[in-house]
Design a protein around this ligand. Structure first.
Ligand SMILES: Cc1ncc(COP(=O)(O)O)c(C=O)c1O
Length: 455
C-alpha cells in the first residue's frame, strides 16, 4: 500500500468519512512516519501545536515519571508539587504580570474558564449586570458552546448557530481585506474603535469582557493588526470597565518569537488563555492566567472560584508544562522561533509571491499564512466550490508535506489559506525543503485551475 491507503480500523468517526487517512506510527523532529514507511514534513506542527518537535524522549519521560508518582488527584481537595510548579513557572514567564493560573486540558476549556473568571470578577465587585462578551468576526476561540459562540468564524459556526447564545462581534483587524476599505498606513484604527461603539450600544454596565487573538489563527491565518491596535483596545476596555482577555492558545509559548504575543503590542491583558504548544505537543493541556487586579478581586471578595472540569489541574499536564518550559529555555527555542520565523517569512515571500494565486503572505515568528485569490489586483477570492486550499493541502500531503489549510476569510463565503507553523527546531535547510514541496503542490493545482478554465 502506498501513501493514502486506508488506515486499519473503521471504528473511528473521521473528519471526512470518505477520505483515506495515513496511519502515523512515529515522529522525529519535524518529520512524521506512516505505517508504510513514508515520511512527511510536518510544516504546521499539527494544528500549530507541536512546538518542540516530535519524538523527544525527555518529554515522554516527564510524563512517565509523574504518572509513576501520582497521575491524578482532585483539585477541589488537594494540590500537588507539579501543579504548584507549573503555575509558578507560567507566572514567572509573564514577569509576574499574571499572578494566578488555572490549568485545564485544552484551548476551548481555557476560554470557557476565562469568561467565567471575568464574570466572577464583576460579581465580586458588585457589578452583577456585567455578563456580555464581545469578540471579533473571523476569530476562533474553540468548539465548546461558549467558545464557539464567541468565535467569529462563520465556516465553523454555521451549523450550530441555533444552539449558540450569541453576544456581539466587531470587525476583525484584517488589513489585507480591511472591512472599512482603508490602508493600515492611513487609517484611524476603525477596527479597534468599533469595540467602543459596540460596548456603548450593549451598555457598558452589561459588558464583562472582550476576547481576541493577538495574531489570528486559522480563521485569518497569521493576519495581525497595526502595532498600536491593542493599545487602543486596552484604553477602551479600561475606560468602560471591560476585561481584556487575550486568547494566546495558538500564539503563546514562543510561537511568535516572544513568550507571549501580547509582548509585541506593549500591553498586558487582564486574562491570558493558553493551550496547544503549552505542553509542547506532548499532552492535552491549557491554562488561564490572571492578572493581580483579577486575582485580588476574587481573593478580597468571596475567595471562591469553583467552576472547573474533573481533569483540571491534573499533575500529568502540569509536569509536561514544566518540562516543556525548561526545554524551551535550555535550547533557546523561543529565540530560535524568532530567527527561523524571519527566514521562513522571507523565503515564502521570495518564492510564493510571483505565483498567480498568491494574494497575501503575512505572519510573525513561526506562524505564517498564505492567502490565495483569483485576481491579485481586485483580491477577488477563488470560487469556494473549488476548495482550493484543501486541494493544495492534499496535493502537498501526497508529495510528503503536511500543511494545515483553512477557508472562509472573505466573510465566511469564500477565501482560501494555508498556515506554516513548524516546530521551533526547524532548520533553514528544512524550511527550504518545505517551501520547495509546497511550491510544487501549488504549481500543480494552479495548472489544474488553468486547465479547468480552458482556453
Ligand atoms: C486561538 C485559538 N483559541 C482556541 C482554540 C481551541 O483550542 P482547543 O482546540 O485546544 O480546544 C484554538 C484551536 O485551534 C485556537 O487556535
Amino acid at each position: 500500500m502506498g501513501r493514502g491507503q486506508r488506515a486499519g480500523s473503521d471504528a473511528v468517526l473521521r473528519v471526512d468519512s470518505r477520505r483515506h487517512y495515513r496511519s502515523i506510527v512515529r515522529g522525529e523532529g519535524i518529520y512524521l512516519y506512516d505505517s508504510e514507511g513514508n515520511r512527511y514534513i510536518d510544516a504546521s506542527g499539527g494544528p500549530i501545536l507541536c512546538n518542540l518537535g516530535h519524538g523527544i524522549a525527555e518529554m515522554a519521560e516527564a510524563l512517565a515519571e509523574q504518572a509513576k508518582k501520582i497521575a491524578f488527584v482532585y483539585r477541589s481537595d488537594f494540590t500537588t508539587p507539579a501543579l504548584e510548579e507549573a503555575a509558578r513557572k507560567i507566572c514567572e514567564l509573564t514577569g509576574f504580570a499574571m499572578k494566578k493560573v488555572f490549568l485545564v486540558s485544552g484551548g476551548s476549556e481555557a476560554n470557557e474558564i476565562a469568561v467565567k473568571i471575568a464574570r466572577r470578577f464583576h460579581l465580586e465587585r458588585g457589578e452583577g449586570s456585567k455578563y456580555k462578551v464581545i469578540s471579533r468576526w473571523l476569530s476562533y476561540h474553540g468548539m465548546t458552546q461558549g467558545a464557539l459562540a464567541w468565535s467569529g468564524m462563520p465556516t465553523r459556526r454555521r451549523d450550530y448557530v441555533p444552539m449558540l447564545k450569541d453576544d456581539a462581534h466587531i470587525p476583525p483587524a484584517y488589513c489585507y481585506r480591511c472591512w472599512f476599505g482603508l490602508e493600515p498606513s492611513r487609517c484611524d484604527l476603525q477596527c479597534a474603535r468599533a469595540l467602543e461603539h459596540e460596548i456603548l450600544c450593549q451598555g457598558p454596565e452589561n459588558v464583562a469582557a472582550f476576547i481576541a487573538e493577538p495574531i489570528s489563527g486559522m480563521s485569518l491565518c497569521g493576519a495581525h493588526p497595526r502595532a498600536d491596535y491593542f493599545r487602543l483596545v486596552r484604553e477602551i476596555c479600561d475606560e468602560h470597565g471591560v476585561l481584556l482577555v487575550l486568547d494566546e492558545v495558538m500564539t503563546g509559548f514562543g510561537r511568535t518569537g516572544k513568550w507571549f504575543a501580547y509582548e509585541h503590542f506593549g500591553i498586558i491583558p487582564d486574562i491570558l488563555t493558553l493551550g496547544k504548544g503549552l505542553g509542547g505537543g506532548y499532552f492535552p493541556v491549557g491554562a488561564v492566567a490572571i492578572s493581580e487586579k483579577v486575582a485580588k478581586a476574587i481573593e478580597d471578595g468571596t475567595g471562591i472560584f469553583s467552576p472547573g472540569y474533573s481533569w483540571a489541574g491534573n499533575p500529568l499536564g502540569a509536569a509536561v508544562i514544566s518540562r516543556a518550559i525548561d526545554y524551551l529555555k535550555e535550547k533557546g527555542l523561543v529565540e530560535r522561533a524568532q530567527k527561523m520565523g524571519r527566514y521562513l517569512g522571507a523565503r515564502l515571500k521570495e518564492e510564493l509571491s510571483p505565483h498567480p494565486t498568491v494574494g497575501d503572505i503575512r505572519g510573525l515568528g513561526l506562524m505564517w499564512g498564505v492567502e490565495f485569490v483569483k485576481d491579485k489586483v481586485t483580491k477577488e477570492p477563488l470560487d469556494p466550490k473549488l476548495k482550493f486550499h484543501q486541494r493544495v493541502a492534499h496535493r502537498a500531503l501526497d508529495m510528503g508535506l503536511f500543511i494545515e489549510s483553512s477557508g472562509g476569510c472573505e466573510r465566511g463565503k469564500a477565501g482560501d489559506m494555508v498556515m506554516f507553523g513548524p516546530p521551533f527546531i526547524v532548520t533553514e535547510d528544512e524550511i527550504d525543503q518545505m517551501i520547495e514541496l509546497f511550491e510544487r503542490a501549488l504549481t500543480h493545482e494552479e495548472e489544474m485551475l488553468t486547465a479547468q478554465e480552458g482556453p
